[in-house]
Design a protein around this ligand. Structure first.
Ligand code: ADP
Length: 496
């Protein structure tokens, strides 16, 4: 009887359950959308019970679909949208407030009031003070429910990120646990001492009794008794770290970039955390057999979203895949640059006020050049992050692993390889996030032997190698830097 690892990938817009076999092949998948709620300007929330029910549904569906029984499930892995915060009543197991989603800005005032503590926070957590992370979201919830602080101090309330919430529900309320990767995104966890940080807890005035116990990424999190009486949850990791693991970036210097709405780049930096001076985050990549591995993380706000803009805003393409067909109609962007700073620019510019701009337009420019320039802008922005990473980690990188929806675009992938002057590798399984946590779970149960055998079975479907010369690339890169500089000068509301 064949056995599989069941990976649960609880994301912002959907919950998915995927069965993986011994070779890391996807056997079956089920998915459900999760509704986002926008109760106020800048607020993004989700119903934590709906999240849980969607997970129950997809787990059942994937088994039915593939004619698999729970007896054939070796173990369960959970990967999840990070930072999203749930607080629930210990007695009833009911959330006391909606889950506050990572994107939500509703706790920004709390963060503003702690700006003077930004170095203190960075030195402990590797994070930049921002409502994105869980700490200010917990504070917000305690401030917005009746007797929140009192109830928390009395031990009546529990906090969890989505992994913790799902483990709690799957274990019928028996386990209150999280893993090191999720803990490292709360802004309450000290990534140097690898403990909840008392000083941070007192800064946010959050009682320690609300917090889950922190475990390794491959660990026995207990039986998923809500599903079955013998299947254990053996792997847990936040989505970006799970993806790094799913790409088998086990060695220091190995890196991955995910091309979704935005882009998330993570680099394995080994056993010593490095604090960035240019706005990269330092995070825990995983902890295995007592050994912690760290990662640097940088993100591009507008990645695939710029292609959505071509479709919905400019209406020059019919769907995302059309961008490749259209861009192919021209040899190059012919000196046109798009700086897609639709919501400001992140690493290394950190300018919230800069807005998008198009440069180098002549009478010869047509829509195909603009489409091509848009795809190139995703690669240029990724190089901006990449350059800071290699500088700060002082590591030479030979190749980049990629995943995410926009990796379907060959022009983008080729240009990424050209502009970075390294190979870009696309894996056979694009569900790298789920695969990563399947590996973490299967390593614990010995379904997968070890890291070396996982690496051996890892398949790559496409490698893009640089075709442009260094000289051509240097010229293009100079153009990009010049375009960004010019875009940052354009602040019409301000006196020059
Ligand atoms: P997310 O997880 O952020 O929702 P996905 O990994 O599902 O993102 O990827 C969706 C994004 O990828 C969209 O922004 C879309 O515009 C972009 N995308 C999808 N296919 C292509 C393509 N062939 N070429 C360029 N961009 C694409």
């Amino acid at each position: 009887m064949l056995k599989y690892v069941l990976a649960i990938d609880q994301g912002t817009t959907s919950s998915r359950a995927i069965l993986f076999d011994k070779q890391g092949h996807k056997v079956a998948m089920a998915s459900r959308e999760v509704k986002c709620l926008y109760p106020n300007e800048g607020y993004v929330e989700e119903d934590a019970m709906e999240i849980w029910i969607s997970v129950v549904d997809v787990c059942n569906e994937v088994l039915i679909k593939s004619n698999t029984t729970w007896n054939q499930i070796d173990s369960i892995g959970i990967t999840n949208q990070r930072e999203t915060t749930v607080v629930w009543d210990k007695e009833t197991g009911q959330p006391v407030y909606n889950a506050i989603v990572w994107q939500s800005r509703q706790s920004s005032q709390i963060c503003d009031s702690l700006l003077h503590k930004k170095d203190f926070i960075h030195e402990r957590t590797g994070l930049l003070i921002n409502p994105y992370f869980s700490a200010s979201k917990i504070r917000f919830i305690l401030d917005h429910i009746e007797n929140g602080q009192q109830r928390a101090e009395n031990g009546e309330l529990l906090f969890g990120t989505i992994d913790t919430w799902l483990i709690y529900k799957m274990s019928n309320g028996k386990k209150h646990l999280t893993d090191v990767t999720n803990a490292s995104r709360t802004m309450l966890y000290n990534i140097f001492s690898m403990r909840w940080d008392k000083q941070l807890l007192s800064l946010f005035n959050i009682p320690a009794c609300m917090l889950p116990r922190v475990c390794e990424s491959s660990y026995d999190y207990g039986i998923a008794s809500a599903f079955n009486n013998h299947v254990h949850i053996l792997g847990v990791a936040g989505d970006q770290q799970a993806s790094l693991f799913g790409h088998c970036c086990f060695e220091s210097g190995q890196s991955k970039n995910t091309y979704g709405t935005g882009c998330f780049m993570l680099m394995n930096i080994g056993e010593k955390p490095i604090l960035s001076k240019n706005g990269l985050l330092t995070t825990v990549a995983w902890k295995l057999n007592g050994k912690t591995t760290y990662a640097l993380e940088g993100s591009v706000f507008i990645g695939g979203a710029s292609v959505q803009w071509l479709r919905d805003g400019l209406k020059v393409i019919s769907d995302a895949s059309d961008s490749e067909k259209q861009a192919k109609k021209v040899e190059s962007s012919n000196g046109v640059y798009l700086v897609p700073a639709f919501v400001g620019l992140g690493t290394p510019y950190w300018d919230d006020d800069v807005r998008g701009a198009l440069f180098g337009v002549t009478r010869a420019t047509n829509k195909y050049h603009i489409i091509r320039a848009t795809l190139e802008s995703i690669a240029f922005q990724s190089k901006d992050v990449f350059d800071v990473m290699i500088k700060e980690a002082n590591i030479n990188i030979k190749s980049l692993q990629v995943d995410g929806g926009a990796t379907a675009n060959n022009i983008l992938m080729q240009f990424q390889s050209d502009i970075l002057q390294i190979d870009v590798n696309k894996p056979a399984c694009l569900e790298t996030t789920a695969l990563g946590v399947a590996y973490l779970a299967g390593l614990k149960s010995k379904y997968y032997d070890d890291l070396a055998s996982i690496s051996d079975s890892h398949e790559c479907v496409a490698t893009y190698s640089p075709k442009l010369s260094k000289k051509e690339v240097d010229k293009l890169w100079k153009g990009w830097k010049c375009a960004v500089k010019a875009a940052m000068i354009f602040k019409p509301g301000e006196e020059q």
